[in-house]
Write a protein that binds this ligand. Structure first.
Ligand code: HEM
Ligand code: HEM
Length: 184
């Protein structure tokens, strides 16, 4: 079987996809480990969570701009209408959360009168919002719920990829990998 380049995402899209995937899993594990840490250690651990959040936001923004200029390859001809629809909805929902969660985190930090340090390299400045710690805490509560929602979407996304690849045998996973053959 010959490899059909039009059934694959571009090299940049693949690179950004896998970088974001790893960064999201790591940032989630960091937030989880902070839960069980002492109060002193928590600040430092969460500093990594905040900084990675800024990185994820930037990578997703680049991905979306690139996506506007380079639309994704069409799904294989055989896939059902509802499956395409669900796939698109899950993708857009993940993109929305990956942008809104760091933005909400930035707003909440600003409500605490704090800038976000990106590993001491630079600070994301505070937004000019009134200091309101109660609001900041509420935003972070919603942020944690959004985080759980994102994890559920990721689980659905991974299961769907595996179902397409191994049950439908349409090579879906190879759409996002530089090797292998995906059905067009
Ligand atoms: C862990 C966090 C992950 C996130 C946030 C994520 C997010 C996304 C998003 C937003 C897209 C849509 C790309 C676009 O059209 O612009 C996508 C596509 C894709 N992802 Fe993931 N992904 C993750 C993990 C994974 C994993 C672990 C796999 C493999 C099992 C995977 C396989 C794929 C494939 C094959 C596509 C292309 C789907 C298609 O159009 O046929 N992803 N992913
Ligand atoms: C896309 C990027 C981000 C993702 C995927 C993400 C994900 C998560 C997840 C899953 C949790 C919940 C952990 C748990 O339930 O134990 C969480 C908690 C938290 N995140 Fe993020 N986060 C992101 C960006 C940020 C940013 C940029 C900030 C701050 C500037 C931030 C601040 C927090 C805080 C303070 C908590 C603790 C909330 C609480 O338990 O009350 N996050 N995050």
């Amino acid at each position: 079987m010959s490899l059909n380049p039009s059934s694959k995402y571009s090299g940049l899209a693949m690179t950004l996809h896998w970088l974001v995937a790893v960064a999201v899993i790591v940032t989630w594990r960091i937030a989880e480990s902070a839960e069980h840490a002492t109060k002193e250690a928590r600040g430092e651990i969460m500093g990594n969570h905040f900084a990675l959040g800024v990185v994820i936001f930037s990578l997703v923004a680049i991905r979306l701009i690139w996506r506007l200029m380079n639309p994704p390859p069409p799904r294989p001809v055989g896939s059902a209408g509802w499956e395409r629809m669900l796939g698109k909805t899950v993708h857009y929902a993940m993109y929305t959360l990956l942008l809104v969660m760091p933005l909400a985190g930035w707003f909440a930090m600003s409500s605490f009168d704090s800038a976000i340090s990106v590993w001491g390299l630079f600070d994301v400045p505070k937004l000019p919002v009134p200091v309101n710690e109660a609001l900041g805490e509420q935003i972070f509560e919603v942020h944690a719920i959004a985080g759980t929602t994102l994890l559920v979407l990721i689980a659905v996304h991974v299961l769907a990829t595996l179902k397409h690849t191994f049950i439908d045998k349409d090579g879906t996973i190879f759409r996002m990998l530089p090797f292998g053959t995906a059905k067009s």
